[in-house]
Ligand binder design. Sequence first.
Ligand SMILES: [Zn+2]
Length: 143
Amino acid sequence: MKQTGMFWHEYHDFLCGYCCNYDKRVEYIKHHKREHERALRLRLFQPIKSRLPCEFIKAHKKCAKASQKYNKTWQKHVKQYTWRRYAKTWQKYIRARQKYAKVWQKYKEIRQKYEPEIKALHAKECPNCSWNGTKIVFPEVRK
Ligand SMILES: [Zn+2]
């Protein structure tokens, strides 16, 4: 399986997005997601086969990278115990957060622009999908 690129349903509330590490996400699903959700999550988390518009991919990629960076700077910041370093990591975190907000705005515009095209592609490439327009619908757990 390819590791990076455009995938369907990396997250249950994502139709598609840029995945930075397929195996890592699969491991996470296998170990941390609710048991009755795992099989469906793994079945629907698939690479997009069709060619996608360049600017669509770019916007998703930028968004994924900016979000990664933003999370990393936060992780670094919360691990600081000296005041001098604390101020420095806080600044880095704030800059990453601002960058993410900017990238997210652009991403939203692009996503809207290609929405009909992507919806049609999804219908073709992801048969028997329980996507309801905003999230994957999981089977009920029998009690
Ligand atoms: Zn789907």
